[in-house]
Design a protein around this ligand. Structure first.
Ligand SMILES: [Zn+2]
Length: 432
């Protein structure tokens, strides 16, 4: 069902008022019917404010919106490239109407307010399809519900290794490791650090024309070309699924994130006849190795783990308004940039009178879009020794750096030197 109430407004706007381009809600992603007529009062109170909130957020390039009820008012926060900015304040009845309205549009239960709910709404804004992921969470002590909306631009293809910040050297290493029908390659990171996007980059680094890549993973709405998506036969165990792919001569198998221990063990058992690519939840690459060692034993990890990658997202300076400056030699020395560096970039600074030039592209934030800093630990002979001897994550990390493997720090400084981001942004990302 498509229901776009493009122009309807309770009060006609005056001719001077500029109408913001409005979003079209196109149905719940869970397929539940959305009956606006049956919820006439809610629709009257909530539909227009909900449309205005989401349209305004998307116009400002927000990827996440949060409404926190706080007594008589509610705090609205917009996240642009992962950084919070305060949105318009709402009264608590308004916040309640918007929250309930978005639940209704996502095909969720409007009556249920005590338990968390999750759903999605298909939408279109300025001819671009967006999936809005809706999550609600009851506040402690009966203080209403918190609402989180994540907007995913379904047209945006941040999937090629180049856009993701993969260096040519890293791509070559991934290609080399995944070409021998053995080893596990893992992508690890905390939630919301872009782990799935990073694993897309890994998969795209593999030469799909030379090697047979099979996928047992669920990629949701995303798709990857040149990969043979395997149908999961009902009742077939994970063991049998892997065996089936191996029989069909897979070189690389992509599997869903390794959450359960038995799947983790099985994946490593298969890593002597096929290469497996997956995700694993850990703070970073070195901590991932430590956790694997505890679960699988040092021998298995040293022998069968090929590489762990991890990612931190950082903001990219806006090309329209970034400012060049000549860095002080002491600063270069302190952060570890080459002394011959002539110019670095930063967001625009206010003039002596405190004025800021307005930038149409980034709204004067100074940053536009994000990229990933990538850290990669390859299990070399030296790292193998460290794994077997029970070394700590920081020792593994420093050995990897000494061997010239890409670290968050080295990758971040590369981006600063290239003028893609600022030292301030690196500092912020490392503190977070
Ligand atoms: Zn700008």
């Amino acid at each position: 069902m498509v229901f776009g109430f493009g122009k309807s407004r309770a009060v006609e706007p005056s001719s001077e008022e500029i109408e913001i381009e409005s979003i079209l809600f196109q149905g719940a992603s869970n397929g539940n019917p959305v009956d606006l007529k049956a919820h006439g009062r809610l629709t009257q109170a909530g539909l227009i404010p909900a449309k205005e909130l989401i349209s305004d957020a998307l116009a400002r390039r927000a990827d996440m919106i949060r409404i926190d009820p706080k007594g008589r008012a509610a705090a609205v926060t917009l996240y642009v490239d992962g950084v919070p900015f305060p949105g318009t304040r709402m009264s608590s009845p308004q916040a309640l109407a918007v929250t309930q309205m978005l639940k209704l549009l996502a095909g969720l239960s409007v009556k249920e307010r005590q338990r968390p709910q999750s759903g999605g709404i298909h939408t279109e804004y300025k001819q671009t399809p967006y999936l809005l992921l809706i999550d609600t969470m009851p506040m402690k002590g009966g203080g209403g519900e918190r609402l989180v909306v994540r907007a995913r631009n379904l047209d945006q293809q941040l999937e090629t290794p180049d856009e993701l910040g993969f260096t040519e050297e890293l791509r070559l290493r991934i290609r080399e490791i995944t070409s021998h029908r053995e080893k596990v390659v893992l992508v690890s990171g905390p939630p919301n650090s872009g782990v799935t996007t990073l694993s897309f980059g890994v998969i795209r680094s593999i030469d799909a024309y030379l090697y047979a890549i099979f996928s047992l993973a669920d990629f949701g709405e995303r798709s990857i070309t040149h990969i043979s998506q395997q149908q999961i036969v009902e009742g077939e165990t994970y063991d049998k699924q892997l065996a089936r792919c191996v029989r069909s001569e897979a070189d690389v198998i992509i599997v869903d994130p390794l959450l359960a221990d038995d799947r983790l063990k099985m994946t490593f058992e298969y890593a002597n006849r096929v290469c497996l690519v997956s995700e694993y939840k850990a703070r970073d690459a070195a901590h991932c190795i430590e956790q694997l060692r505890e679960k699988l034993g040092p021998q298995q990890v040293a022998e069968r783990l090929g590489m762990v990658l991890s990612q931190k997202l950082i903001r990219v300076l806006c090309d329209e308004c970034k400012q060049a400056y000549r860095p002080h030699p002491k600063l270069l020395q302190k952060v570890g940039l080459p002394p011959e560096t002539k110019v670095l970039y930063r967001p625009p600074q206010p003039t002596a009178e405190g004025d800021m030039e307005h930038c149409h592209q980034c709204g004067s934030i100074g940053y536009y879009g994000r990229t990933g800093l990538i850290e990669a630990i390859e299990v070399s002979e030296k790292i193998k020794e460290l794994i077997l001897s029970g070394a700590e994550p920081r020792q593994i990390k420093s050995a990897a750096r000494k061997e010239g493997m890409q670290s968050f720090q080295s990758d971040g400084l590369r981006l600063v030197a290239e003028g893609k981001t600022s030292l301030e942004e690196l500092q912020r990302a490392f503190k977070a």
